[in-house]
Ligand binder design. Sequence first.
Ligand code: SF4
Ligand code: SF4
Length: 449
Amino acid sequence: MNNVISPFIHVREMNDSVILFHSLDVKTFSVPRDLWERLREANYAPSDSISQSAIDALIDRGVLVDKSFNRSRYLDSKKKSIQKRPQYKYLYLISETSCNFSCKYCVYDGEIKRSSAGGARRMSDEVAKKAVLQFDEVSNADRVQGRYIVYYGGEPLLNFPLIKTMCDFVESERLNFKTTIMTNGSLINEDMIETFDKYRVHLAFSIDGNQIHHDGMRVDNSLNPTFNKVVSNFKRISSLGIPVSVSCTLHANNYRELPYIIDYFHNELNVRNLGFNIVHGKHGKELYVEDVTQCIVKCFHKLIEYKMYEGRLMERVKSFANSSFFLRNCASYGRKYVVDPDGRVGPCHAFAGDSNCFDNNVDQSAQEILNSTTLAAWNYRSVLDVEECLSCPAIGLCGGGCAYNSFRESGTIFAKDSGICKYANTILEWLLQEARENIFKEVIGGDSR
Ligand code: SF4
Ligand code: SF4
């Protein structure tokens, strides 16, 4: 057998050991440096100084492969083992396209804004009810557990009467959906609180840190600061035990102060669930993504200490620790679909208003949604089909990034999203360092001569 190193092995030499990372199996192995040097000298074959068992261990783990290794066949089998058909868990309803805020980094300037140029669009009760009943059938077809209706905008609470009607409707129809509202948090009143409390509605507030961080970017349509109102609403809602989380956008003005932001969220707002968004698209800078990600990983231990769950980072840490390929960075890849105010159905809110992408509708049968070629194409969009991604060490951790970013960069969703490359590779290098320090790794070569 003529052994070579698998094309999916990435080598990191670190002092006295060598970390071997299998990018598709998401596995790390550690080999003593002297053994690694002897292996290289012996062309990865047994020799006077290399035992057959050490070679066998490396073959078993996919570190060494035969020269005739068939990469395409291997990729096909990998795809078959990890790609699943769509299973819709989330229904996003764009209940309202306008917003009472004018955040300086707002990325919500895609097709929906262009298509709303003649005025804001608001979803009717009729469209929402059709959407929910259709989604019930779609998700029931796969017996999906834990189903969510997510209200999105614009600012969805500008159309609160719809949300209230739909909460009552879901209850009266015994539909067993949880409700989430992605809100800027400024419009909440007592009537709303009563509904949120009654139906255990989860509110995801956008808060960018303390007053200085937040007000520097998140202003209302008259350019007034918004922090005091939003935080007071957050505290009131949270004190009633209504489920809350925070979505924090990291931008040029706040990311360097991330440790203080996390302290603030923990000490003042008692936040448990949060998500960091990195400003992307035309408003972001590629280099800056790497800097922001460095700041995020440096705060990992603080997040653990505070028992705060940051989904994007933790999902990747779990994948790395469990050696599972992180296939989907975004629920739009086979886990959610979106309904726009006119009842059109598509995979991602950023494409709402684009009739090529929103080519289904709420009047269709559940089976037609399940057979949708557009939704299926998004489900199977994968970095495993992008040639330049195959040599990337972080292919098993990136999740494909954002298809909307890919589209903006390359005119197709089936291309890489360069923002996620910096994010995923920065996280991988950090995880490999952590692995070196003792966790997640398997030592090979303990029995070598
Ligand atoms: S594809 Fe991008 S813009 Fe669309 S939902 Fe996913 S992350 Fe958001
Ligand atoms: S999108 Fe970027 S991070 Fe993901 S696999 Fe491709 S090159 Fe790597």
